[in-house]
Design a protein around this ligand. Structure first.
Ligand code: NAP
Length: 344
């Protein structure tokens, strides 16, 4: 007999923010730590392919999944400890990211405000090292707790073990979410008491000026970020999407200069390693895809980087548009865009 929490032939369409139709042979929604151990040790589920799902906000389902989908819905958050320099705050993997950020701010523990309104769960945040408006979660992450699903043992990854990079980490590089090797159960943040507002991004400055906030508080920072995001990014519950659909390409200085001489408006952001980050959204817009549809999917009119499901899209529609956009950008700029979400 399968554990009670297992659903068979489970509909995944409400569990991915692009709202693509697909079924999982088995779905386990984990509300308690023991349920995770029960599921992974169950003989009838042994040797099955596994996939660990968070909020499904960075995911393209390419078809039905034969195997076990483990949805991490563990809830709970707390102040673990505090010293003179910092607060240490923990949240379980299934906590909604934005609600967690708002809670930390309400408690008087600032730091995460620039990451307000990013969709998804706390457990998914380290996987792609979520970042926005000049802050990456890796800067405020102390350690990650996970379970090694192969042996059913707890494991801790300190910040340095996570090999964080731009929108990437060891978890993503090793495709552990795809191979189902580890499930992140809890994330512990270190929020320094010495706080300063990060206002390096132009849009943030403009928004703060609208609020009349010269020396913004953490709440005002969050308010400004939320206002920008609400204006530019579609709410997945209204218009299904998976956030930024392509990574910002980071290219050599030579290529960036060659492109800039042909396209003087090209936004360029030098990186610490001497390479140049380009804005994928700008390239897509210039290649003619901003606000344009292909069948039931399109690139969003307010932000060309976001692929949206206008209703009833299937995986093949998403894949066709992904191809079309990549080809158009390659033809115009010679830059090969890489999708950001995981394709399952
Ligand atoms: P935008 O303002 O249209 O700018 C386009 C890109 O230029 C951004 O992706 C950003 O890169 C870069 N950029 C802008 N100002 C910069 C500066 N002062 N220094 C360095 N780089 C700069 O950006 P957007 O698409 O609306 O996104 C705004 C922010 O939200 C960005 O930080 C973006 O990454 C973030 N965002 C993240 C996700 C995600 O984590 N999946 C989803 C949506 C938006 P960076 O991406 O490196 O910041």
């Amino acid at each position: 007999m399968l554990p009670e929490i297992i659903q068979t032939a489970a509909d995944l369409s409400a569990l991915n923010t692009l709202a693509l139709p697909a079924r999982a042979e088995f779905l386990a929604t984990i509300h308690q730590y023991d349920q995770l151990l029960e599921v992974i040790r169950h003989p009838d589920l042994a040797g099955r392919r596994r996939f660990v799902l968070g909020g499904g906000s960075n995911l393209v389902l390419t078809g039905d999944f034969s195997g076990l989908v483990i949805q991490m819905a563990l809830k709970g958050r707390e102040l673990v400890s505090e010293d003179e320099q910092a607060w240490y705050v923990a949240a379980n993997a299934g906590e909604n990211w934005h609600e967690f950020v708002q809670w930390t701010l309400a408690q008087g523990w600032p730091g995460l405000e620039n990451l307000s309104l990013i969709p998804g769960t706390v457990g998914a945040a380290p996987i792609q090292n979520i970042g926005a408006y000049g802050l990456e979660v890796s800067e405020l992450l102390d350690h990650v707790e996970a379970v090694d699903l192969q042996v059913g043992r707890r494991i801790r990854f300190d910040n340095k073990d996570c090999v964080f990079d731009y929108r990437s980490s060891l978890f993503k590089q090793e495709n552990w979410h795809l191979s189902g090797r580890y499930a992140i159960t809890r994330v512990i943040f270190r929020l320094p008491k010495l706080w300063r507002a990060r206002t390096g991004y132009g849009e943030v400055v403009t928004e703060l000026a609208k609020l009349g906030a010269r020396n913004p508080t953490p709440q005002q920072m969050s308010q400004a970020i939320c206002a920008i995001r609400e204006r530019k990014l579609p709410d997945p519950s209204q218009i299904p999407n998976a956030g930024s659909f392509f990574q910002n390409p980071v290219v050599s200085q030579e290529l960036a200069e060659a492109l800039a001489s042909a396209h003087p408006q090209l936004p360029r952001y030098p990186q610490p390693n001497g390479r140049i980050k380009l804005a994928a959204g700008w390239l897509i817009e210039q290649a003619g895809w901003k606000g344009r549809n292909l069948g039931p999917v399109g690139m969003y009119e307010q932000q060309a980087l976001v692929l949206v499901n206008r209703g009833g899209a299937k995986s093949r529609d998403v894949q066709a548009l992904t191809r079309a956009v990549r080809e158009a950008v390659l033809a115009r700029f010679g830059v090969n865009l890489q999708p950001e979400p995981v394709f399952l």
